[in-house]
Ligand binder design. Structure first.
Ligand SMILES: [Zn+2]
Length: 643
């Protein structure tokens, strides 16, 4: 064991390495360590420290990582859920960032010439720890931390992660081309099914790019591609903007660059995508990934300095820039099966590991933060293959793919194996996750429950087929509504567009009443409580944005989560239903049931560390006093030892 005394100021030699492992679960980690699958984690836990790390309220990734990076809760950074709403119009939107086309424009024929460029706006508030490190001259690299798109101006090297859109400005829209008339054409969740004809063994179709805000009506920009399908063999030849490649059935292409022309000559944007020939015969089935922003020539800002993303692609090859790169939606929609989803998810982790292998050896001084998404997305998708109690469990699939999740954990252990030999007396290591994981067996449709309990009133001519959020609401008789994965809002007078609940004692009494009723909800199937924790925002949040999120935060019991449709304001007929979606594990629950992990090569002295302690810990390592609005404290004693 090496030991050293830590001075109060940064002398230029200290190093801090942080591995941010989204969704690493303490119970799974312990089990895999006991099974001998994670020898490097076992060594770190034994010789250093291994603690639970309290997550955020609610324990959703954008909220949790914002807690980590600002040292504040949602009242300080303003991110309460994946989904927020405009209180006046009640339109939902993604909470972390907003992408907009040019605001002012000159109309000329069918062209609309912008007078100001399109923009992307980050909605997270509060200062991130690396902004403070920059002020004190501490060098840093921050790879793909969530809720940092577009990246805040920084002196160090940062690449944006979760929250980064694809080239269409969405959070990932795949395309699925088929001549199979039984596959319905049109939009599916996270994608689009595009019907094609195979004529003389040839398919011609359009790749879909961003909405062309330069054209009237903003139609999407498109680029033609063609596929020559071998009439006998299961192989096809693709031609995309002068690039040609062959794919066998079941084969993925490399990244293919595509340039979309928005205005002739000077208005082009570059994207890239991967093709997967699912089937050549008898029906043609082609999956094309979401059109990612090209890191070599990004259409929107994704890194600091701006050239950093290009440098990474030159050093480590092309990579997904889209925030959530694993195509979970294509799996949930059935366009990819488990094998195909896993191939795509493996490719994402392989890219991250290539970048890690290129960047980590260069790290000399300051802070190196590296984020891995794999355990989170793959725990979401693969849980049903590891848990016979899950309604989506399938014994045959479990036999084939049941070990895939532990395989991803083992790969993260291999990454740690590259880090441990580099630790010296000047280096502190933190390995942490934003939350753990739990099964998602059953959905609770919060809005259906609110309707059945008289808190929501629908219009008398309500049409249950309406897809538009809130299309059927009678706001004049609605006192509360659910939105997002854990949010419950009062329909408050003066805040909501058609608010009816008076703030003050009326609101308080209503919150108390709803909270008590929710805590009493039981699942008749299991007899279990569905909701184990309900927080009143004013009691758990502090900071300038405390009032702008939900009024109540609903914490589900292990096994339960808000239903898929209730999240955006729909009313499925049943309050409780089985979750048969391949998305079968989750963590948007009671935060005490899904803590994350915190491991270090030093002794952690704080009894119950939380995400909000991480920024103060990072700053303390470099002798920087934490700003007053940061909530936590360093998890280390000043003189704690390292191994
Ligand atoms: Zn997640």
């Amino acid at each position: 064991m090496l030991c050293c005394q830590r001075g109060p100021a940064w002398h230029g030699e200290q190093k801090l390495i942080i591995l941010g492992i989204d969704g690493m679960d303490p119970q799974l980690l312990k089990r895999f360590m006991q099974e001998g699958k994670m020898p490097n984690f076992a060594r770190l836990a034994e010789q250093g420290s291994f603690r639970l790390l309290a997550s955020s309220i609610p324990p959703q990734s954008p909220v949790a990582w914002s807690n980590l990076m600002t040292g504040m809760d949602a009242g300080g950074h303003g991110i309460f859920d994946f989904i927020h709403r405009d209180p006046k119009t009640l339109q939902p939107y993604f909470s972390a960032s907003r992408v907009e086309g040019p605001k002012r424009a000159l109309h000329l024929g069918s062209w609309v010439i912008p007078l100001g460029g399109g923009s992307a706006e980050q909605l997270r508030r509060g200062r991130a720890f690396w902004e403070i490190l920059d002020e004190h001259g501490v060098p840093n690299t921050i790879f793909r931390i969530p809720a940092n798109f577009p990246p805040v101006p920084a002196k160090g090297q940062t690449l944006s992660g979760m929250g980064t859109p694809d080239l269409r400005g969405t959070y990932g829209t795949f395309s699925f081309y088929t001549d199979d008339p039984t596959t319905a054409a049109g939009s599916v969740e996270g994608g689009q099914v595009i019907p094609v004809q195979v004529e003389n063994s040839k398919v011609t179709a359009n790749l879909i790019g961003p909405d062309n805000t330069f054209r009237k009506g903003s139609p999407p920009a498109t680029e033609l591609f063609s596929v020559a399908v071998d009439p006998l063999e299961s192989v096809a030849k693709f031609a995309v903007q002068g690039q040609e490649f062959l794919l066998r059935e079941g084969e993925w292409s490399d990244w293919v660059r595509v340039e979309f022309q928005l205005i002739p000559v000077f208005g082009n944007v570059k994207g890239m995508c991967r093709f997967y020939l699912k089937q050549a015969h008898p029906r043609f089935q082609l999956y094309v990934s979401p059109m990612n922003i090209d890191p070599a020539d990004p259409a929107l800002p994704i890194s600091t300095p701006a050239k950093y993303s290009r440098m990474l692609s030159e050093e480590a090859g092309e990579f997904h820039t889209q925030g959530i790169a694993e195509d979970t939606k294509a799996r949930s929609d059935g366009m990819l099966d488990d094998q195909e989803y896993l191939e795509q998810a493996q490719a994402v982790l392989a890219e991250h590991r290539r970048i890690f292998d290129a960047e980590f050896p260069k790290f000399q001084r300051g802070v190196f933060f590296f984020y891995f998404s794999s355990l989170d997305l793959n725990s979401h998708m693969l849980w049903r293959l590891t848990d016979a109690k899950h309604p989506g469990y399938d014994a045959a699939l479990a036999a084939e793919y049941g070990s895939a999740l532990s395989g991803f954990y083992q790969q993260i252990d291999q990454v740690l194996g590259e880090v441990l030999p580099k630790l010296d007396e000047h280096t502190t290591l933190l390995v942490l996750s934003d939350h753990g994981f739990a099964p998602y067996y059953r959905s609770f449709n919060l809005n259906t429950w609110l309707l059945q309990n008289g808190y929501i009133k629908l219009k008398s001519d309500a049409n249950s087929n309406q897809n538009e959020p809130w299309a059927n609401m009678d706001w004049s008789g609605t006192r509360a509504y659910g939105l997002g994965l854990n949010g419950l809002y009062l329909n408050l007078q003066g805040r909501e567009g058609h608010g009816i609940v008076h703030s003050g004692t009326d609101a308080k009494a209503l919150m108390k009443e709803i909270k008590e009723k929710l805590l009493g909800v039981r699942d008749p199937q299991s007899g279990l409580s569905v909701i184990t924790r309900v927080d009143i925002a004013s009691e758990v949040y502090s900071g300038p944005y405390s009032q702008s999120g939900p009024d109540l935060i609903v914490g589900y019991n292990r096994g339960y989560r808000a239903g898929w449709k209730t999240i955006l304001g729909a009313f499925p007929p049943d309050t409780l239903e089985n979750n048969n979606n391949p998305w079968s594990g989750d963590h948007c629950m009671d935060r005490d049931l899904v803590p994350g992990v915190l491991l270090s090569n030093r002794k952690i002295s704080v009894g119950a560390p939380a995400l909000t302690d991480i920024s103060p810990t990072i700053l303390a390592e470099f002798g920087i006093e934490k700003p007053k609005d940061m909530m936590g404290r360093s998890v280390f004693q000043p003189d704690s030892t390292r191994f």
